[in-house]
Design a protein. Sequence first.
Length: 251
Amino acid sequence: MSESKLAGQFLDAAIGLLERVRDEESAHIAEAGTAIAEAVASGNRLFAFGAGHSSLPAQDVVYRAGGLALVNFLAVPGTVGIDVMPATLGSALERVDGLAGAVLDSSPATAGDVLVIISLSGRNALPVEMAMNARALGLKVIGVTSVAYATGTKSRHVSGTFLKDHCDIVLDSKIAVGDAELSLDGIDAPFAPASTVVTSAIMQAVMAAAAGELAARGMEPPLLRSGNVDGGHEWNGRVLKEYGDRIFFRH
């Protein structure tokens, strides 16, 4: 099989997943957008969390041109990216009990805030405890996960539960267990993961829904512009100043 045919098959698979999300998750995406809009309108704060590669869609909505300025990344040291040495340490930390609680207790997140937790499998201790602890603190929790893992794998948390079991709103990415869309004779392992493409699209869809909801309420959404277009830097400076008390990615 030619390389170009495999590339096309992956793109077709990703498009198919996006279509499923559009058709099957639209109501939940709208609900998540409304929750975020309500937090913005009521003076609360927004946070996004993900570990490992699930951190990428979370980072994609923080300080993002065309995105809401109020989204803050809730970082757990050692789990954010592959810059940690060894890179496998991040995976190990996702299974450590108690880490999520310590991070939340030292964060600025308080009751009424919204926390989006992204975890493809939703089975590790870190995202499960993050959701449990956040709800105990009075935060609204939006989970972005693959619900298929809850039936295709076993939880690694002592409770036996998954991320989806501790969320106010669940967004199902539809990714199959294993996160690999292609297979080929002569290649022993499945390959071509699509979770980042799909989950990032879900996150942007939620933010779009939130912006629309704010506009419908007569409120200007606190959006950032590209710093690479004329006037963008000045625009962003005004937004960051106006909402500075709810933005924690700058001093």
